[in-house]
Write a protein that binds this ligand. Structure first.
Ligand code: FES
Length: 193
């Protein structure tokens, strides 16, 4: 074996040799694939994590509607307020309790529509009842707040009218967008369900 051949092999095995264009292209492709894979993996983890973290915010009543099914429209009689319990799942942070009584509402039929008023008194939260004498309306027994048939305050320490709640009819059933409100303040402020 001649000395020229030995020199040639020594040069090709040298770690300091200049990279070939094909090697550069392979390295770039590999880097792009690793970066893309990392980004896809990060997104796959981020989406369920965000859903998990945001779940209590969506369920606490501050983030949007909370429709709860109550009675059938046919069960309501025009001119006769009916008190119904609001029963639904209750989320506490990341745990869920099934079929909890969250509160109650007064439902009043108006043709094919329904008006709903929260049964909790805006003063200190006692349960409001319906009255027919001397005129149809509502009253709170705790500190004698009185409201007319539309829930408007007539007298007593309640700082505001009864709290109205949105309703909708689906497949003959009355749904109420149920929320609780802060007691003792004139402004209507949601405090969750
Ligand atoms: S809680 Fe109703 S008037 Fe006080």
């Amino acid at each position: 074996m001649g000395s020229d051949d030995k020199n040639s092999r020594a040069e090709s095995a040298s770690p300091g040799r200049a990279p070939r264009p094909a090697d550069d292209a392979r390295r770039r492709t590999l880097k792009v694939l690793i970066a893309a894979g990392g980004a896809a993996f990060g997104c796959a983890l981020a989406v369920p994590a965000a859903v998990f973290v945001m779940a209590p915010l969506r369920e606490d009543g501050k983030g949007g509607a909370r429709w709860v099914k109550t009675v059938n429209l046919d069960a309501l009689t025009e001119g006769e307020p009916r008190k119904v319990a609001i029963v639904a799942d209750q989320r506490d942070a990341w745990t869920v309790a099934k079929n909890v009584e969250l509160g109650a509402v007064w439902l009043m039929r108006r043709g094919n529509d329904v008006v709903a008023l929260a049964a909790a008194c805006p003063h200190l939260g006692c349960s409001i009842h319906a009255v027919i004498d001397p005129a149809p309306g509502f009253a709170c027994p705790c500190h004698t707040s009185e409201f007319d048939a539309a829930g408007k305050k007539i007298s007593g320490p309640s700082p505001r009218d009864m709290d109205p709640l949105a309703t909708k009819i689906e497949d003959g059933a009355v749904f109420v967008d149920f929320h609780r409100f802060r007691n003792g303040v004139a402004e209507r402020v949601r405090v969750g369900v």
